[in-house]
Design a protein around this ligand. Structure first.
Ligand code: VGL
Ligand code: ZN
Length: 233
């Protein structure tokens, strides 16, 4: 029993005896993988680099092979976007301001339309991805979420696309856990999808407690937190 306790206390599922493991989730035709913002600006060397952001790429490449439906997103801002600190005189990155649609964190300039920083990582290898959806291209409204802009009402069309393809379950991976992944996951729940966040296939920014808050909000909304090893590829 001591051995069993130790095994269950371990974080890696491979340390749990086979007979005690939850059966792996097998993606089916009603499942879609959403690969959020794996763009150069969010990777090491980028203007809004997420720590260890590059480590998600091989994990995402591996699990994507198990999904018939894959959607990738790109943060796709105008120059002078409202979410950039440089747009507001006297403001610095990671400060916040109040905008008509709510509190906005101000960021370093990032993911400007058509720039190298806005390109998807060249190390992503998901040739069968069926849709790349861009968001945040409205100059005066941010859009962390792949589904709905920060005004809470302007849709990107993603929910309608997934519904038209009879998707019921979405699995999220990418950058950053506490912003675009979390907001997308919360909106996926609002749109009625069974929602899984693959935690080791994501990395967070973690500013002012944002990462812990994001997980608390997601858990409360019924988002399931899983690891890539829980998915049968
Ligand atoms: C993101 C901050 C600003 C993200 C995008 O992809 O999580 N974070 N824009
Ligand atoms: Zn952005």
């Amino acid at each position: 029993l001591a051995g069993l306790g130790a095994a269950l206390g371990g974080t890696a599922m491979s340390s749990i005896p086979t007979e005690l493991r939850a059966s792996p989730i097998k993606p089916d035709d009603a499942s879609a993988l959403l690969v959020i913002d794996v763009q150069n600006c969010f990777l090491p060397g980028g203007s809004l680099a997420v720590k260890d952001g590059d480590q998600v790429v091989p994990i995402i490449n591996r699990i994507a092979k198990g999904f018939a439906n894959v959607v990738m997103t790109q943060d796709w801002h105008t120059a002078g976007h409202i979410s950039f600190a440089s747009t507001h005189s006297g403001k610095k990155p990671f400060e916040t301001i109040d905008l008509p649609y709510g509190k906005q964190v101000l960021w370093p300039d990032h993911c400007v339309q058509g720039t190298e920083g806005a390109s998807l990582s060249k190390n992503l290898s998901i040739p069968h991805a069926g849709l790349v959806i861009r968001k945040g291209f409205n100059k005066n409204v941010d859009s962390y979420s792949a589904f709905t802009e920060a005004d809470g009402k302007t849709t990107t069309g993603l929910a309608a696309y997934l519904n038209a393809r009879k998707v019921k379950r979405v699995f999220l991976a990418g950058l950053a856990t506490d912003f675009c992944v979390a907001w997308s996951a919360l909106d996926a729940r609002k749109a009625g999808f069974e929602t899984y966040v693959i935690e080791d296939a994501c990395r967070g920014i973690d500013t002012q407690g944002s990462l812990a808050k994001a997980w608390a909000d997601m858990t409360k909304a019924g988002v399931k937190r899983i690891k890539s090893e829980d998915i049968a590829v």
